[in-house]
Design a protein around this ligand. Structure first.
Ligand SMILES: [Zn+2]
Ligand SMILES: [Zn+2]
Ligand SMILES: [Zn+2]
Ligand SMILES: [Zn+2]
Ligand SMILES: [Zn+2]
Ligand SMILES: [Zn+2]
Ligand SMILES: [Zn+2]
Length: 1798
């Protein structure tokens, strides 16, 4: 109703509009108007009058705006005169001329839509903001490079043609400049002066008009000259967007305020969000004002109210046209660069008295405009000012001049940055030449930094930032102001190659401002150790770290700028030092001077207890200085201009003081001393070391220690270190080697000190050993990176993305790892799951350093374990000695002396001495390990120096000598070497033995080298040889042990498997024996004995194989109570957990509307299989009562849980769902297990006789049913004599069969039947409904059909390849099907049988019998066979049920043959015929049958000449049916399968794969509509299968014999089928005709390159909101429909609930189950029902074998076919729901998602 009303209203306005203005509009001439304007003296006034008159007549005439007619009128009445005036002739001619003479610039400038793919080249782009559109990218050189793909957030344009954006290949093929490049020429040169003047005039007037109107803030009046001639009382109530109120609030408020429906409110809210404003009411002033007050009142409670204005319609009208005018500008300037330049000129022209230009005015009002207006003018700026290189520069200058004001406006505004003019900064600041110009001319660097600092007002007494006191409002501002740092980054991205004096001056000025910012951060958020009780409130720390993180790249870039010019570097170093000195004067609390002495050295320092005083993690000034200092070394400025540097002013202790405190803080936190300070400190320490921050935090602190230590006496440095670690007292006492372990201090303190000593030793290692920064050590940046990668891979093999995450990125988001990764690692490809991994090359493992400074403790222990394991595998000893290090740079060279200084030796000696006592308790294993490592480092240093020196006596580094000397104090203590030798044999140090041995060997080898030089230089190997023999012996011993262990293991395994085999054999025999004894009496003579297996196996009919008593017996174990139970009809019921679902997997018609569940008659399945019911099972068996008890427990638990907390589970208990108690597989019912029925067979009638008997029985049943109906319906009984039929012999109507099943089995029969009915039809359970058995049979047929398809698709043999759980499931389904009638109404099942028979045997008493083209024959067969027992049970003539089954099979097969012949020859047959057919008999008879059909149907069938083709068509078409039938009877009767059909290679020489290939699977299938478009070769191996299946089914291999052997019976039937009234009509509509074989459904084809999908999605618009871009375009992988997901606009109502587009689509396309690809996220979505869903890995991988869910990394993605096939398989085998269940069980957060809203 409502929609038609709206349409009516729209139609009315349509009609009204032209009629009211008709005459006036018809008389209008644009040409004349333009001519009048040409004569005008006051043109602006003339144009304004025109606008004043017409605009209000075109726009805003009613409540419903009508954009189409408005735009049309605006074009005719408003734009046309402008264009006439501009061109001076017919606009289409004039503009075409302009376009022809235009010489377009080389810039592409394509503006990106939201979600459009953009490409950047990792190798050539100047910075990551440089992007190409897809078109340009495909035509560029970068296609072959390492590129990056992202989706645009909208806005921004293609940088193709911008030479500054690309280091290489700036042009694509399309934008390649011509040789006669005229870009330097003035574009205006081609235009006549007249034209220039006219353009100038009209552009100035119209741009002024647009700017005036868009920035207009009065609601009633209009600018001078625009007042409307007449003025009505018509107003709009205009609602504006804000980012404060939620969708829900707005929708709720609108419903109240303007009394609209929820749908309308949603639509209003959507528009407001998109365009920034929307009129919600139209009418007189009072009417609108009323709505306004309601809205304001309703939204002002918690926050500031929604902005609402009541505006006069003429104001709104002019604003509408103003927007239109801007669009018109972008349209017109596209024709000519000259017009564009004039527009730029007009826009930037200042007023006569230097007033702001029009563009300035727009920018300054930016934050006051609504979203829609901003978007339109930003777009115009982009397509005009930013596309003209001259004006881009001028615009950039204006932008920079207003920068501070614009940013402040933005910070106060609440719209996202993409809607702000400030967002254009990226377009200018990233252009290196512009950025440089803005820095020098407009002092941009300083402006940005100052503006930023100005916005952070809260400071403490020392002037440092204080974020703790921020209110929510200020925090919000802080977030917005961070975008300024983005601008700063843009400006700095490209380093200058040449410096001018002006640039130096302005950069250093910027650096001053930057240092001011750093100073505000130095020492912020200080912490004090909490003692006694835990802190009460976690202090705020995130803001400071956010700032630090955002600044990290900027600080690095600042250093790079400094490093690129010597003069700048020197000046910067001085400035930074001054700043640091200034900072230090700020905080000096807690510092008292003291003197420390130890090992004969003493130093003056201060006392500072980090565990008691304030300490801060934020030290950016110190760290900047450290960075600059290393640059001095790297650039060698330090050696070349020492006189210009303030080196003498440096005070090393001052430099190291604060970084050292910070490092000690970390050590103390590790030692557990700061536990009471809570998580905020833990988090800070975490980030301090984290890869995102460490470059400008931890790394630089370490560097500063290296700087300081390199300028100090190493003993002094170590003493200060000891003092800050609060460990000085332990090592300084004269007898520290002894005293410490006697000290019986508090256990906690001992533990703490142990950790602190470990940490301190580690720090010393790092200070001496971390030389992989260029400037510290003699390395380059690749060495540094290589080392990082090696150490990551030493932990374990890693995926590309893991490695990227572990490495620091630069400002270009690059880690540089591509350049080195291949030199250290090899790549291992992924399989169907998992991802590609990089593995370390063995030779690179030599560089492994256990104490790598970027390892966390966890990393370290993992790496240690992995490396030791590796060494053991290679048969080496497990020592992990330090690696050989690169030499230090001269400035840092003195660091090595730390290794041999007295204080360190004292410390080493002490720890070693402690370790001699096994139970000392005051030393730790890791302490000892670190000491050994330090000794190792020193030894390697000495060895290296010896190798490098010519004369060994010159080498002053003599560690071996020092450790050989006995200790000095107290005297007579043993030397370090001696202690080591003692430790070598200490049993408690077994783990360190290898390392100690390595140490002693190295000492020996160094000594030899030194001695050798004293004498003559002997051969190198002397020491090595001995060493080697020792090692060899060791290795051999290890190998021998490993070999013995292996042998022992193997022996045990062999013993065990032997025992197992034995056990099974023994028990099997026992088992069989007892069964045979038991059953000997029950077996009858008629049963085939199992010994006749070698004769042909038959699964149906009187000759079928019958199970002997023993084989029939089946014993199973209940998974719940573990009891064994035999399956018997009269026994306790055993059940299988099962899951029933509706399915469209095999559907050939997804357009069929869902049936009405209440009235639908499911008896006949249409051959399009559009909806089916699938049953699956995990195969786990339980007692029915055990299951019931389990399920009740689940229900009770669920109820309790729901009362407590409303969390969802992955399964819906209320709907009968549960998880299998063993495997947690989702289930919703159980299938009872039934025994095989015992049958026998005697002399049996042929098909003729059987059919006549059955017809008689049917007639009798007909009248019996009618009688029963009559008596029950009409009690009166008018006594009309029913015709009575003679009862066939032995048929007893009054006989009520005895139900053979126990009550528990009966109960389960009902349970499963009802569940199938409930799920299959989506109705409420009703066990009385006559459709219950039908649904069971249908599910059995559908499930078998889908299994048959799956086997073909997977190239598996028919039997033997299914997992047992599926075999069990099919058997119980088939047997259940044949038993389910026993719990239904007998009459109902009988009448089902009668109606089913009527399809084959036309029966005048059955109405509406379908024609055979409308029936799926397999469903018919299964239903007939399974319903027949209901008729048979009243027959006591001895007729065998087996005979009936065989006859039914024959009849249905013939019907199917006919069906195939009728449908398939509609297709053109193009295949070449094989000559010399071996099946001539078949070919002849099939032709004969076809011609018989033609004689009935005439021209409806084409003439066919070749029997060869026809026979093959029939064979291909019917094979799936026969295979299905074989599966069905096999499971129904438990008949063994012939080995030839089981793909058992020993039994069959044929390959197990099936020959069936549908054309689409055929790679060369160029003729996809032809069923036979393949070479006949593949058919050959199938011949065997064909014969085997036919024989198994007791069918002749020439199927046509079925027909010809009983022609007299079948001819009339054939005639009957052909004369069915709807048959001819069917044949006449070949497009809906189903042909056989039905091809398996596949998921849609996906493009190879993922960007093709992104592109497709970016042009997809929401189908409901008129051309809007969809936010979450989602592709249905089943049918290929693109949907607008996860959005209000596309929500629809489904069963009384609002659901998203995907869920809604799922119900039509997949009957509840859906598989989607979320294109923007690169993520597969599985949905099932309204509440279930999960995400799944997409089938797209990057070159590193990884998916990119969320498209975060941007590597090019390509389709991985194996993975896509895997998803397809999940779908085909109906496992999607199960997959969701498992995913949700594994990840509980998935359960909480509102899947139905997607
Ligand atoms: Zn482009
Ligand atoms: Zn291009
Ligand atoms: Zn490139
Ligand atoms: Zn049990
Ligand atoms: Zn299970
Ligand atoms: Zn679909
Ligand atoms: Zn939508």
């Amino acid at each position: 109703m409502r929609t038609s009303e709206v349409n009516m209203a729209a139609a009315e306005t349509d009609r009204e509009l032209p009629s009211a203005l008709c005459s006036e509009f018809l008389n209008f001439s644009a040409k004349d108007t333009a001519a009048k304007w040409l004569q005008a003296t006051d043109l602006p006034n003339e144009v304004y009058q025109h606008l004043a008159r017409y605009v209000p007549k075109i726009y805003c005439l009613g409540p419903n705006l009508n954009p189409q007619s408005e735009d049309l009128l605006a074009q005719l009445l408003l734009q046309a005169p402008l264009e006439w005036y501009l061109c001076g002739e017919e606009p289409s001619v004039g503009l075409a001329k302009l376009e022809q003479s235009n010489q377009p610039s080389q810039l592409c400038g394509h503006v990106f839509k939201v979600g459009e793919p953009t490409y950047s080249c990792r190798e050539c782009a100047a910075d990551p903001t440089c992007v190409l559109c897809m078109q340009c990218f495909l035509g560029s050189v970068h296609k072959e490079h390492r590129y990056r793909m992202t989706t645009s957030g909208g806005g921004g344009f293609c940088d193709c043609g911008d030479t500054e954006a690309w280091k290489k290949g700036p042009y694509c093929q399309k934008h390649e400049p011509n040789i006669s490049d005229s870009s330097q020429e003035d574009p205006l040169a081609n235009l006549s002066a007249d034209m220039i003047a006219r353009t100038y005039n009209i552009f100035s007037i119209m741009l002024r008009y647009a700017v005036d109107m868009l920035t207009w803030d009065k609601e009633e009046e209009l600018p001078q000259g625009l007042e409307p001639p007449e003025r009505g009382d018509t107003y709009y109530c205009m609602l504006f967007n804000d980012e404060v109120h939620t969708y829900e609030q707005v929708i709720y408020t609108l419903q109240k305020a303007v009394n609209c429906t929820q749908k309308e409110a949603v639509s209003f809210a959507t528009t407001v969000d998109r365009d920034g404003r929307k009129s919600v009411r139209y009418g007189d002033f009072q009417f609108c004002e009323q709505a306004k007050s309601v809205i304001v009142r309703n939204t002002s409670r918690q926050s500031k109210p929604l902005r609402v204005q009541v505006m006069h319609s003429s104001v709104v009208a002019h604003q509408c046209f103003a927007l239109k005018a801007l669009t018109w500008f972008s349209h017109v300037i596209r024709y000519s660069d000259a017009l564009r330049r004039i527009l730029c000129q007009v826009g930037l022209q200042k007023g006569p008295e230097g007033e702001n230009s029009l563009v300035d005015t727009l920018m300054l009002c930016d934050s006051k405009m609504w979203k829609g207006a901003r978007n339109v003018y930003h777009q115009l700026v982009m397509s005009s000012l930013l596309m003209d290189l001259k004006y881009k520069k001028l615009f950039a200058i204006q932008f920079a001049k207003h920068y501070e004001r614009l940013q402040s406006d933005y910070v106060k505004d609440d719209h996202d940055r993409e809607f702000s003019i400030t967002d254009l900064s990226v377009q200018m600041f990233t252009v290196p030449s512009l950025a440089r110009m803005l820095i020098t001319e407009e002092n941009l660097l300083t402006t940005i930094i100052r503006t930023f600092v100005d916005h952070l007002r809260h400071r403490d007494l020392q002037g440092r930032f204080q974020f703790e006191r921020y209110t929510a409002q200020q925090a919000f501002k802080f977030r917005r102001v961070q975008s300024l740092l983005g601008d700063l980054k843009y400006v700095l991205i490209s380093r200058p190659t040449e410096w001018t004096d002006k640039l130096r001056e302005k950069f250093l000025e910027g650096l001053d401002a930057f240092l001011e910012l750093m100073k505000c951060m130095q020492g912020m958020d200080p912490v004090v150790r909490q003692v006694g009780q835990h802190i009460e409130m976690e202090p705020e720390w995130e803001a400071a770290f956010t700032l630090q993180m955002k600044l990290t790249h900027i600080i690095s870039m600042m250093q790079e700028w400094c490093g690129s010019d010597e003069r700048v570097l020197i000046e910067a170093y001085k400035k930074c030092l001054t700043a640091l000195t200034h900072c230090h004067s700020g905080f000096a609390d807690g510092e008292q001077p003291i003197t420390l002495s130890m090992c004969g050295h003493s130093v003056d320092t201060i006392r500072y207890c980090i565990s008691q005083e304030k300490v801060s993690i934020h030290l950016p000034v110190s760290r900047l200085l450290a960075g600059l200092h290393v640059l001095l070394s790297k650039s060698e400025v330090a050696y070349r201009f020492p006189e210009q540097l303030p080196l003498s002013e440096l005070s090393p202790p001052m430099l190291i003081e604060h970084p050292l405190r910070c490092l000690v803080l970390c050590a103390q936190v590790h030692a557990g001393m700061w536990r009471r300070n809570g998580f905020s400190l833990v988090n800070q320490i975490y980030y301090y070391h984290n890869v995102k921050c460490r470059v400008e935090m931890f790394d630089k602190d370490l560097m500063m220690l290296q700087v300081g230590a390199s300028m100090m006496d190493p003993n002094h440095f170590l003493m200060i270190l000891l003092s800050r670690f609060e460990l000085f007292h332990i090592f300084s006492s004269a007898d520290c080697r002894k005293r410490y372990n006697r000290e019986s201090a508090n256990k906690d303190v001992v533990q703490q000190n142990s950790t602190l000593i470990e940490e301190m030793l580690h720090l010393i290692m790092m200070v001496v050993g971390e030389r992989f920064v260029a400037g510290v050590g003699q390395v380059d940046s690749w060495d540094e990176l290589k080392r990082e990668i090696i150490h990551q891979l030493c932990i374990r093999p890693m995926a590309h993305s893991e490695l990227v995450k572990a490495l620091p990125e630069n400002e270009n988001k690059e880690t540089g790892m591509e350049k080195v990764i291949d030199s250290v690692a090899s790549f291992k490809k992924p399989g169907v799951t998992g991802r590609g991994l990089y593995e370390l090359r063995p030779e690179s493992a030599k560089q492994f350093n256990l104490y790598f400074h970027h390892y966390s403790r966890a990393d370290q222990s993992k790496a240690e374990e992995a490396q030791r394991k590796l060494k053991r595998q290679n048969g080496e000893d497990s020592a992990l000695p330090p690696p050989v290090l690169p030499p230090l740079c001269p400035l840092f060279a003195s660091l090595v002396n730390i290794l041999q200084c007295d204080v360190l030796l004292g410390m080493l000696g002490a720890v070693l001495q402690w370790a001699t006592e096994p139970s000392g308790g005051h030393w730790s294993e890791s302490m000892l390990q670190r000491v050994l490592h330090l000794i190792g480092m020193a030894l390697l240093e000495e060895q290296q120096q010896l190798e490098g020196a010519v004369d060994h006596s010159e080498v002053t580094f003599n560690f071996t000598l020092k450790i050989s000397r006995p200790g000095e104090a107290p005297s007579n203590t043993p030397s370090i070497l001696a202690v080591l030798e003692t430790l070598q044999n200490a049993p408690h140090l077994e783990v360190h033995k290898d390392m100690i041995r390595w140490t002693l060997q190295t000492v020996a080898s160094i000594k030899t080298t030194r001695e050798r030089t004293a004498a003559a230089p002997p051969p190198e190997r002397a020491g090595g040889c001995q060493e080697e023999t020792v090692r060899d012996k060791d290795k051999a011993e290890r190998k021998r042990k490993a070999e013995m262990a292996r042998l022992r293991r193997e022996k045990i395994m062999a013993q065990m498997s032997e025992m197992q085999r034995h056990f099974i054999n023994e028990n099997k025999e026992l088992f069989q024996q007892s069964l045979e004894e038991l059953d000997a009496s029950t077996s009858t003579a008629l049963e085939h004995s199992p010994s006749s297996w070698d004769s042909v196996l038959v699964c149906v009919g009187p000759r079928r194989w019958r199970a002997g008593g023993g084989e029939r017996r089946q014993v199973v174990t209940c998974i719940l109570c573990q009891e064994e139970q035999e399956i018997r009809a009269d026994g306790r019921a055993m059940v299988l957990a099962a899951f029933i679902q509706r399915s469209t997997v095999m559907s050939k018609n997804r357009k069929r509307p869902p049936h009405d569940p209440e009235s639908y008659d499911p008896l006949f399945m249409h051959p399009d299989l559009s909806f089916g019911t699938h049953t699956g099972s995990c195969g786990h068996i339980m007692h029915s009562h055990c299951w019931q008890r389990y399920f009740e427990a689940v229900q009770a638990k669920e109820q309790r849980r729901q009362q407590r907390l409303r969390v969802h589970t992955s399964y819906d208990v209320e709907n009968g769902e549960f998880l299998c108690p063993l495997c947690e597989c989702l289930s919703n019912t159980v299938i009872p297990l039934l025994p095989l029925t015992k049958t026998s067979c005697s002399e049996q009638p042929g098909v003729m006789q059987w059919l006549s008997t059955t017809s008689q029985q049917i007639r009798v049943l007909h009248s019996a049913h009618r009688r029963a109906k009559a008596t029950s319906a009409a009690e009166t009984g008018d006594g009309e004599s029913m015709e009575t039929h003679p009862l066939p012999e032995g048929f007893r109507l009054d006989h009520t069969p005895v139900n053979p099943y126990s009550s528990s089995i009966k109960e389960m029969l009902t349970t499963f039947g009802t569940a199938t009915y409930k799920v299959g039809l989506k109705v409420h359970p009703n066990e009385q409904d006559p459709r219950v058995p039908i649904m069971c049979w249908a599910s059995c047929a559908y499930t078998i059909q889908s299994v048959e398809r799956l086997l073909v698709d997977e190239d598996k043999p028919l039997f033997g390849s299914l997992p047992c759980r599926q075999d069990d499931c099919l058997s119980s389904l088939a047997r259940f099907g044949s038993a389910c009638w026993t719990v239904s109404s007998l009459a109902a099942v009988q009448s089902h049988f009668i109606r089913l028979m009527a399809v084959l045997l036309p029966d005048p008493q059955v109405e509406n019998s379908p024609c055979i083209l409308h029936v799926d024959m397999f469903h018919l067969l299964v239903s007939l066979v399974l319903s027949y027992p209901a008729v048979h049970c009243q027959d006591s003539s001895g007729l065998s049920i087996d005979v009936a089954q065989l006859h039914l099979l024959h009849l249905v097969t013939v019907a199917h043959l006919v069906q195939i012949l009728l449908t398939s020859v509609q297709v053109e047959l193009t295949m070449e015929q094989e000559s010399g057919g071996v099946e001539e008999e078949e070919e002849e008879s099939v032709c004969l049958l076809y011609n018989t059909l033609r004689s009935h149907l005439g021209s409806a069938l084409r003439e066919v000449s070749s029997g060869w083709h026809l026979w093959r068509t029939v064979r291909l078409g019917i094979l799936p049916f026969l295979r299905g039938a074989a599966l069905f009877f096999h499971h129904l009767h438990g008949v063994p399968t012939p080995p030839e059909l089981s793909g058992n290679p020993s039994a069959s020489s044929r390959p197990p794969s099936l020959p069936l290939r549908t054309p689409c699977q055929n790679p060369g299938g160029a003729r996809p509509t032809c069923l036979m478009a393949f070479s006949p070769a593949p058919l050959a191996p199938g011949v065997g299968e064909w014969e085997m299946v036919c024989a198994y089914l007791s069918l002749p291999s020439n199927l046509l014999q079925l027909f010809y052997n009983h022609q007299e019976l079948l001819q009339p039937l054939l005639q009957g089928w052909c004369s069915h009234p709807s048959l001819r009509q069917c044949l006449r509509s070949p497009e809906t005709l189903i042909r056989f074989p039905r091809e398996s459904n596949k998921l849609i084809e996906l493009p190879e390159d993922y960007s093709a999908l992104i592109n497709q999605a970016s042009s997809f618009t929401c189908p409901k909101s008129g051309g809007d871009k969809s936010r979450a375009p989602t592709l249905c992988l089943v049918c290929g429909t693109m949907l607008c997901s996860q959005s209000y606009c596309c929500q629809t109502e489904l069963e009384g609930e609002d659901v998203g587009a995907c869920t809604a689509h799922t119900f039509a396309c997949g009957s509840g189950v859906g598989i989607f690809l979320r294109v923007r996220e690169s993520q597969v979505l599985f949905l099932a029902g309204k509440t279930k869903g999960c995400f799944y890995a997409p089938p797209y991988l990057d070159d590193y074998g990884e998916t990119d869910q969320g498209l975060r990394r941007g590597n090019p993605l390509h389709l991985c076919r194996e993975r896509y096939r895997k998803i397809q398989k999940l779908w085909r085998q109906h496992s999607i729901t199960e997959e969701i269940g498992h995913a949700q069980e594994a990840n509980q957060t998935l359960v909480g998602i509102d899947w139905q809203h997607l």
